[in-house]
Write a protein that binds this ligand. Structure first.
Ligand code: UDX
Length: 466
């Protein structure tokens, strides 16, 4: 049967989609993966983007897309001082609204043989809702976290009303009756001086969900069936769980930082399933005292380790200065530290037996896709929910629940890599790997959802006055 792409191309009329990612690694990657996927379905792609921290390499990696850069009004120093994610997202929303509108108006007014079919924006760009409505442009939204964590975010107002918030240390282990299996310490809170303002923003974003033309998730039906059922019950909006987005076909690197390939040459020298890979993603920071405990925990585990230490991620340090004296001598060839790794390649390497992660959604999904069991060490927001689902619902990892402590770390690393419990966890995650990979193949649930998304984009476009 002829695919939609072929029909499109035969008609010689390409439709253009405008995509607008949030300029953070965990958001840029899935948006560019989605862009490549929709390009493969016959759409022309324009990426409207704003630089942040470093100039992105992805325009040169994706010459088949058109890029338009808009200013974000942040100085270089404001970018590098931006360790408060909530404040940063709020400033970006305030500063980018006008430049985005101007860019959109210009793009829509240009005479082109590729009419614009719609906008796909990151869910965190709050202002795109009213701008798209005023320009009568269908607005699709990509949520880069998962359905379970969204439902927890959507329940924040209720949890506040019920007295769970602000979280009291003495209550952390108690169950959240309204959101099983979450404990109070798993509620997706963020550090900010203005909790009230943040809750209002989240409530507004949740409310907007109901008026999206379509909502795209980087997740898949088999993984989050229960949460998807709850979501469908509460939010009557067309939804498309089409993940894992990176698994349809290889796409050019979406990394904002240079990936150190020495990670792979070092892994090539290690025994199968022997290495613990450690990375806390692109945003999370840790205290010096935690860094030292991690170092000794890895040393005491007596297992080989590949450790990503992002420059600036240890609070108050440039890179490895707080490493204990004599540490590297003690470790010798057993450990390898890099600033940024080719993570997907690392997780797919036969030497990797476990992933100690901050439980960001991309990292979690990438680990599932390669069948690598996890040690979950969430820092904030959705990571807390992801970690609870990994350890207690899907049972494909262990939760490092307590304060970071070298003895506990060594014990958990050995449990995952060497002990029988680790083998059972690996067997379970291999089942999930199979489901994930099947979902993106023809007739898989995500593939079918993608076809429905393409149909909805085409029918929404035909209703728009071009
Ligand atoms: C953020 C939030 O922290 C996360 O909770 C939310 O789900 C998405 O936005 P981030 O902290 O960057 O994301 O974590 P994650 O979602 O795991 O994304 C990190 C990405 O960086 C992954 O795609 C990973 O492959 C990549 N990465 C990480 C590298 O390429 N190299 C590295 O060394 C580390």
């Amino acid at each position: 049967m002829e695919s939609q792409t072929e029909t499109h191309r035969k008609q010689k009329k390409w439709l253009r989609l405008l995509l607008f990612p949030l300029p953070l690694q965990g958001h840029v990657s899935p948006m560019l993966q989605l862009a490549n996927l929709l390009y493969s379905k016959g759409f022309s792609i324009t990426i409207i983007h704003t630089c942040f921290i470093s100039s992105p390499k992805y325009p040169s990696n994706n010459p088949h897309f058109t890029f338009h850069s808009i200013p974000n009004g942040l100085s270089k120093s404001e970018c590098s001082d931006a360790d408060n994610l909530v404040a940063l997202v709020s400033i970006l929303n305030a500063n980018c609204a006008d430049p985005f509108r101007d860019c959109l108006v210009k793009l829509l007014s240009e005479v082109s043989d590729e009419p614009v079919a719609g906008l796909i924006s990151d869910s965190t760009w709050e202002f795109t809702d009213s701008i798209a409505k005023s320009l009568q442009l269908p607005r699709f939204v990509l949520r880069t976290n998962n359905i379970s964590s969204f439902l927890a975010l959507a329940a924040l107002a209720l949890l506040q009303e019920k007295g769970y918030l602000p979280i009291q240390e003495s209550q952390e282990e108690k169950p959240v009756i309204e959101l099983p299996p979450l404990k109070v310490k798993d509620i997706p809170v963020f550090k900010t001086q203005d909790q009230e303002g943040l809750h209002q923003t989240i409530a507004a974003l949740v409310e907007q969900t109901k008026s999206y033309t379509g909502l795209i998730w980087n997740s898949f039906e088999e993984l989050e069936h229960g949460s998807l059922t709850d979501f469908r019950h509460n939010f009557p909006v067309p939804i498309f769980p089409i993940g894992p987005l990176h698994k349809y076909f290889p796409v050019p690197s979406t990394s904002l930082l240079s990936q150190d390939q020495s990670a792979i040459s070092w892994l090539n020298k290690q025994a199968p399933k022997s290495v613990i890979y450690v990375s806390f993603g692109s945003v999370a920071n840790i205290e010096k005292s935690e860094f030292v405990e991690i170092a000794w925990g890895l040393a005491n585990s007596e297992q080989p380790f590949l450790w990503v230490v992002r420059p600036g991620s240890v609070i108050g340090s440039e890179w490895l200065e707080p490493l204990p004296k004599g540490f590297m001598e003690e470790i010798k060839e057993r450990g390898h530290i890099v600033k940024w790794a080719p993570q997907q390649e690392v997780l797919a390497h036969t030497a990797v037996g476990g992933f100690w992660t901050h439980s960001g959604w991309n990292s979690t999904l990438e680990s599932i896709c390669e069948g690598v069991p996890m040690i979950c060490h969430p820092c904030f927001g959705d990571q807390r929910v992801n970690a609870r689902y990994v350890s207690d619902v899907w049972r494909i990892g262990v939760h490092l629940e307590n304060k970071v402590d070298r003895f506990e770390i060594a014990k958990v690393v050995r449990k995952l890599l060497v002990e029988a419990e680790g083998h059972e966890i690996r067997d379970r995650i291999l089942q999930f790997k199979k489901m994930a990979n099947q979902s993106t193949q023809q007739q898989g649930s995500s593939y079918r959802s993608l076809e429905s998304l393409v149909s909805l984009i085409l029918s929404s476009q035909s209703q728009r006055k071009l």
